[in-house]
Design a protein around this ligand. Structure first.
Ligand code: SF4
Length: 501
C-alpha cells in the first residue's frame, strides 16, 4: 500500500471512496473522456502562463518531477524553498500526503523565507472543491515544515478582455483562503487517515453509481462501475427536464432509475408524452400543429448553423476567456420551388476569423425571410457578441438575429419518437424523420465538440498541410450536413414538398 497519498488521490476520495480505491489498485480501468483530457491540457497551458505572470523577470525555478523523478523533485524542492525566489511545482510530503504547489512566492525578509502559496485553477470562480483542494495542499505543506503565511486560489477572471501583444495582466483573479484552509486542518488530518484505510482495503468498496459520479468531476471509472449494475429498461433520464423540486425529491428519495416508476400525475405534458411513447413504442406527431406554426413564414428561407471554439486563455485581441468564437457557418437557402443554394464560411488559418465571418454571413443572409436555426439562443448569442466586437456591423447583424426562427421548440412541442430517448437534438430527431440521412456516414468530424477539437488541431503550427486540408474537408462536410438536416427536419414538420439539393 502507498505510504503517501497524492493530493489528486485524496481529492478522488473526497468524491467517492471507490474512486480512490480504483485509482490505487486498478488505474488501468479509468477511461477519461476527451473533454477531461482537453481540460487537463488547458490547465497545463494556464500553469505555464501563470509562471510568466507570477515571475515576470524569470528569476524563479520550476521543478519538473516528470523529468527528474519524484524523489529528486522532493529533494530539489527542499533546497529551493530554502532560498528566496518564486518556485513552481515545488513538491513536499508529510502527514501521509504528497502535494505539488503551483506557485510558491517568498514573503518578507526572513531567510529562509515564509511563503505564499497560490493554486491556479482554470475555472472562472472558486468552487467548494477548490477550497478542499487548497486545504489539503496547505495541511501537507505545514506538516512538512514549510512556513506558510498565506494561501490563495487564482482563477480565470471571465470579464478579462485580451488587449493583445501577449499582455495577460488581469487574466487571473485571486481569492485568499488562508483562514478557511487553516480552520479545516483538523478535518484534513482525518480525511487523510480515512483515505489510507480505504486504500488499504483488500476489496473494492461496494458503492453504486449515482449523482456523485459526475460531481464535481466526471469519473473515469463510470464504465467499469456501471457495467456490473443492472441497467433499467427505460432509464429515468429519458424523461426531459426533471428539474421540478417535487419530482426530483421523489426520484431521489425512492432511488428510482426506471421511468415507469414515476407516477403520471408528477409529470408535465411533454414528460408524460415521452413516457407514453416510450412504453407504447408509438411516435407522437401533431402534423397540423407543427405546420400551423411554420406555414406563416414567407419564402425564400435560410437555414443556418455555426461552429465555435473556446479558449481558456484568449488568443485573439478583444476576446474573453471561454468566449464562444465562431469560425465556421453553413447556410442553406430554400426557394419556394424546393431548390436549395448553399453558402459557407470556414477559416482555419489561426488568425481571428470573426470579422470576415460576420461580413460573409451578412452577405449570405441578404434579403428577407426567416433564418431558421436549431436552438436560437446559441446562434443569436454569437450574433450579439459579434455586434459588440464590431459596432460598425451591428445593424446588419441585428437584422439577421431578428429574422431567426427556432425549429427546436416546435419539434419539442409537436414531435416525439421513442428512439429519441428524451433528446430533441437534431441528431436525435433526424433518424426517425429522415432515415436516409445519417451522421454516421461522416468519416471525421461528427459533432460540435469534435469540430472545435479539429479546429484547434488545424491551427496548431505543427499540423501538416495535408492534415489541415483533411480537417477542412471534414469540417465543411459536417457543417453542410447540419444545415441540410435542419432543412429536412423543417420540411418534415412543415409538411413541405420535396427538397432539391
Ligand atoms: S463511477 Fe461513481 S461509483 Fe464508480 S468510482 Fe466513480 S464516482 Fe465512484
Amino acid at each position: 500500500m502507498p505510504k503517501l497519498l497524492s493530493k489528486s488521490k485524496l481529492i478522488a476520495w473526497r468524491q467517492c471512496p471507490r474512486r480512490l480505491w480504483l485509482e490505487v489498485h486498478n488505474p488501468e480501468l479509468r477511461a477519461d473522456s476527451a473533454g477531461a483530457e482537453a481540460r487537463m491540457e488547458a490547465g497545463n497551458e494556464l500553469g505555464r502562463l501563470a509562471q510568466r505572470i507570477y515571475d515576470p523577470d524569470g528569476t524563479g525555478e520550476t521543478i519538473d518531477a516528470q523529468k527528474i523523478g519524484f524523489g529528486p523533485a522532493l529533494e530539489r524542492s527542499k533546497a529551493v524553498l530554502a532560498e528566496a525566489k518564486p518556485v513552481f511545482e515545488a513538491g513536499y510530503a508529510a502527514g501521509g500526503g504528497l502535494a505539488f504547489a503551483d506557485v510558491m512566492l517568498p514573503v518578507g525578509d526572513k531567510r529562509p523565507p515564509d511563503w505564499r502559496m497560490v493554486e491556479v485553477k482554470s475555472a472562472t470562480s472558486v468552487k467548494d472543491y477548490h477550497r478542499e483542494d487548497a486545504a489539503i495542499q496547505a495541511y501537507i505543506a505545514r506538516a512538512a515544515g514549510i512556513p506558510l503565511r498565506a494561501i490563495a486560489v487564482a482563477h480565470i477572471d471571465s470579464s478579462f478582455v485580451y488587449p493583445g501583444d501577449g499582455d495577460y495582466d488581469g487574466l487571473l483573479a485571486e481569492k485568499d483562503l488562508t483562514a478557511e484552509t487553516t480552520a479545516l486542518s483538523g478535518e484534513v488530518a482525518q480525511w487523510i487517515d480515512t483515505a489510507h484505510e480505504i486504500a488499504a482495503l483488500a476489496k473494492e468498496p461496494d458503492i453504486r453509481t449515482g449523482g456523485h459520479c459526475s460531481t464535481p468531476f466526471a469519473c473515469g471509472f463510470y464504465h467499469h462501475c456501471s457495467a456490473s449494475e443492472p441497467q433499467p429498461e427505460y432509464p429515468i433520464d429519458w424523461l426531459p427536464r426533471l428539474q421540478k423540486k417535487d419530482v426530483k425529491a421523489f426520484i431521489e428519495t425512492k432511488s428510482i432509475t426506471d421511468l415507469r416508476d414515476v407516477p403520471d400525475d408528477l409529470l408535465n405534458e411533454i414528460q408524460l408524452r415521452v413516457k407514453k411513447a416510450t412504453l407504447s413504442g408509438k411516435p407522437y406527431f401533431d402534423h397540423a400543429g407543427a405546420a400551423r406554426e411554420l406555414k406563416g413564414q414567407p419564402m425564400p428561407a435560410c437555414f443556418l448553423d455555426f461552429e465555435t471554439v473556446q479558449f481558456t486563455i484568449p488568443v485573439w485581441k478583444g476576446t474573453r476567456p471561454y468566449q464562444q468564437l465562431p469560425f465556421q457557418f453553413s447556410l442553406h437557402k430554400l426557394a419556394p420551388d424546393g431548390s436549395l443554394a448553399h453558402h459557407e464560411f470556414l477559416d482555419i488559418s489561426g488568425a481571428d476569423p470573426c470579422a470576415e465571418f460576420a461580413d460573409t454571413l451578412i452577405s449570405a443572409c441578404e434579403g428577407r425571410g426567416p433564418v431558421y436555426v436549431y436552438n436560437v439562443q446559441f446562434e443569436a448569442g454569437r450574433i450579439r457578441e459579434l455586434g459588440q466586437r464590431f459596432p460598425q456591423k451591428v445593424r446588419a447583424l441585428d437584422a439577421i438575429a431578428m429574422r431567426m426562427v427556432d425549429v427546436l421548440p416546435i419539434a419539442r412541442r409537436y414531435y416525439y419518437h421513442p428512439d429519441q430517448h428524451g433528446s430533441w437534438s437534431i441528431k436525435a430527431v433526424l433518424p426517425s424523420m429522415v432515415p436516409e440521412l445519417d451522421y454516421d456516414t461522416l468519416t471525421g468530424v461528427k459533432d460540435g465538440a469534435m469540430a472545435a477539437a479539429a479546429f484547434l488541431e488545424a491551427i496548431r503550427p505543427d499540423t501538416t498541410q495535408e492534415r489541415r486540408e483533411q480537417i477542412r474537408r471534414e469540417l465543411l462536410e459536417y457543417c453542410w450536413l447540419d444545415t441540410y438536416a435542419l432543412v429536412r427536419v423543417w420540411a418534415y414538420l412543415a409538411g413541405f414538398g420535396p427538397v432539391r439539393v
